[in-house]
Design a protein around this ligand. Structure first.
Ligand SMILES: [Zn+2]
Length: 470
């Protein structure tokens, strides 16, 4: 007797697909069969012949819980993620009160959110300039032992509860994280350049949307990545560039990989689809993010980076803010509005539509960048990110032909704004399955109770193959 059979599932086999039926027992994949006559199961889920991917993963969210729950909380965030076809997210340590940089803070966060999650979730560990100055770096190993998947540092100020690192402090953080064998993710923008040009533009009276992106220029990301690569080379740390926004960044990561360094990167759907001149002119603060949107050339070069392996996977940097108080408050301007946009509900459909359906990436590449690579990089594979027998029965079922448009009002996220509003897509999530249970159905919405999602610890230390294509 099986728990579930997912029938008529079209699963990827390299760049081809096969139609099969997936047997599930104890929340895990138990086998694949051609026919299901005579096989008993408590429940049958019909995938209707749709493409069925290993559960998609967003390894970069800011769900703001606990502390900033007027922006998002773990229920709204994970509901939005489930509707976007995600089966696992990994939440960042910075956007909460307290921020997460020690075992008590990890335990506090888990306690506050565990009864809210719809899908499975892991945690990033934290390390800041304050941890270095106060002699708290022992927290790094302790968080690693607890099961975090990596560590995040900010080169520029972001959340007041999560102080940025100066260059030498970042070097100290790299040394501490290197000892754990886990990746260190850096927010790669040079603080001095951003700070100087923001102030200069303010003095000149620039108040237009694009000014934000022009002040926090490409060069700020370029030199920040170069510094990170130098530190990785010196310390042996596994450097990961989070939310990489520039084509030059992809080229630097590629060079570093070819030199044999442990350097990886992710980019986000908005850096593949939007450019600052159009989006920031039209949406102003609602398209304000850090690092900022770039140019059409960067869009193109980041797709190329995904194809050639210099960009390892996709993540969202989902970071919603409160419209009335933090984006469009009276007297607020492009410099003072908070930087961040939602993303978990649209990541998979954008990559399906703009990537796979438009022929920019192959099927096998799509599986890697939406699921497998993040799972491997963060030590969750093959429990997550695979259709192996024994893996968690996490599935993202996609109707490849369904045409629709992103609507900022129709979202489970608390953020009812989106610079991608109106974008027409082909390909939509039909069902999201987490450990054998449908958590989202396109017709019924969210189908499990809050608290169904489980905390996933890092399983082991794993590394991605450096498969750079020329
Ligand atoms: Zn982020």
């Amino acid at each position: 007797m099986y728990q579930v059979i997912v029938k008529n599932a079209r699963i990827p086999q390299g760049d081809e697909t096969v139609l099969t039926n997936i047997l599930i027992k104890d929340e895990r994949i138990a086998g694949f069969v051609d026919g299901i006559d005579g096989i008993e199961a408590e429940e049958i889920i019909d995938a209707e012949g749709h493409l069925t991917l290993p559960g998609c993963i967003d390894s970069h969210t800011h769900f703001m819980d606990p502390g900033f729950t007027h922006r998002e909380n773990f229920l709204t965030g994970t509901s939005s993620a489930a509707a976007g076809g995600l089966t696992t997210i990994v939440d960042m340590p910075c956007c909460s009160v307290p921020s997460v940089r020690s075992i008590p803070e990890l335990e506090n966060k888990l306690e506050k959110i565990k009864d809210k999650a719809i899908i499975d979730y892991g945690f990033w560990g934290g390390v800041t300039g304050e941890d270095v100055r106060e002699g708290w770096l022992h927290n790094v190993k302790e968080q690693a032992d607890y099961g975090v998947i990596g560590f995040k540092v900010y080169m520029t100020p972001s959340v007041p509860t999560y102080p940025r690192v100066t260059d030498p402090e970042m070097y100290e953080a790299f040394k501490a994280v290197a000892e754990t064998g886990l990746p260190i993710g850096i927010h790669a923008e040079n603080f001095a350049i951003c700070d100087y040009f923001v102030k200069k533009f303010q003095k000149e009276g620039r108040m237009d949307g694009p000014a934000w992106a022009e002040a926090r220029m490409e060069l700020a990301e370029k030199v920040a990545i170069q510094l990170g690569i130098s530190f990785a080379e010196d310390t042996g740390a596994r450097l990961h560039i989070v939310h990489m926004s520039t084509g030059i960044g992809a080229k630097l990561v590629k060079e570093a990989k070819l030199r044999g360094l442990d350097v990886t990167s992710e980019t986000c759907p908005h850096y593949l689809t939007l450019n600052y001149e159009e989006a920031m002119s039209e949406y102003g603060a609602f398209a304000k993010i850090a690092p900022p949107l770039r140019t059409k050339r960067d869009n193109k070069e980041l797709w190329e980076g995904l194809r050639d392996g210099s960009v390892d996977f996709i993540a969202t940097d989902h970071a919603p803010y409160h419209i009335e108080d933090e984006k469009a408050k009276k007297g607020m301007n492009i410099w003072t509005a908070f930087p961040g946009i939602p993303g978990v509900e649209t990541m998979v459909p954008i990559i399906v539509s703009e990537g796979y359906n438009k022929g920019r990436i192959s099927l096998s590449k799509m599986v890697e960048i939406l699921s497998t690579n993040a799972a491997i990089h963060y030590g969750l594979y093959p429990k997550k990110g695979s259709l192996n027998i024994g893996a968690d029965a996490d599935l993202t079922i996609i109707d490849l032909d369904k045409e629709w448009a992103i609507d900022q009002e129709k979202t489970y996220s608390m953020a009812k704004y989106n610079p991608l509003h109106g974008l027409k897509l082909k390909g939509k999530v039909a069902k999201t399955v987490v450990r054998g249970k449908v958590v989202f159905d396109e017709k019924e919405g969210i189908t499990v109770k809050e608290g169904y999602g489980q905390f996933v610890k890092r399983q082991s230390i794993q590394k991605l193959d450096k498969k750079i294509k020329f």
